[in-house]
Structures are given as C-alpha cells and as structure tokens.
Design a protein. Structure first.
Length: 130
C-alpha cells in the first residue's frame, strides 16, 4: 500500500464532486441494465473516465474550483432536504405555521389548544390552534 501513497502524492484525490459522480455512475449502471439505451451506455462508459481523471489529476487548483462550484449548488439543496426530513420527524411534537406578515416559518408545540404566536422577526401576533 506504500506504493499507492507515493503514487497519490501531488494528486487531487476524492472530494464531494467525485463522490456525487460515483453515485450518479451507480445509478446510470442500474438504469443501463434495465433500458439497454445506447446513450445511457455511453454515459456508463464515460463516467468512470471522468471520475478517475479527477481523482488522479495533478491540477489541484482546477479540481478544487470545480468542487467549490458543485458545493455552491449542492449545499442549498442538501440543506432544504435535511430541513424537510427534520420537519417530518418532528410533526408528532410540533406544528409549523408561516407568519402572515413576513412568511417566516414558526414552530409551536402540539396539543396546547389555542395559543398566541408572536413572530420573532416582525413581532406580528397570531392566534392559532396547536
């Protein structure tokens, strides 16, 4: 394994974009098995070439910039999905409302009856059933 460490010195290695491309490649491989479409098969062949090119590249600055562009797009999507998952998990204990004035999302505990909700952003007071 020492030879591989020496080989990888000065090379970029894996990052989030490479991992995402590997996930897409796995999805394409499954899709190509079921469809047999030539275009999908071409992507199935090209994807590992792109992945290994990125991993073994010595142009570290360029690969880093590509990864940062990917993360600027990916992180907001990931955060929205994460928030939605947390909300679904918390639905047993909390209700979510939108402020009628500023559209801020408000979380209140369930089962308290009619309560007065004050928006922390714009100080609008609403009466809602929790």
């Amino acid at each position: 394994m020492n030879w591989f460490k020496r080989f990888m010195v000065g090379r970029y290695g894996t990052d989030q974009l490479s991992m995402a491309l590997m996930g897409i490649w796995i999805f394409i491989s499954i899709l190509s098995r079921f469809t047999g479409n030539r275009i999908i098969n071409i992507f199935y062949i090209i994807m590992p070439i792109i992945i290994f090119y990125r991993i073994f590249s010595k142009n570290i600055a360029k690969r880093y910039q590509e990864n940062m562009k990917f993360l600027r797009v990916w992180n907001p999507i990931k955060n929205k999905v994460k928030t939605k998952i947390q909300r679904v998990k918390a639905l047993k204990y909390y209700r979510y409302y939108k402020c009628s004035n500023c559209r801020q999302t408000l979380r209140v505990p369930r089962g308290k009856g009619k309560i007065s909700i004050t928006c922390p952003k714009c100080k609008t007071v609403m009466i809602k059933k929790s």
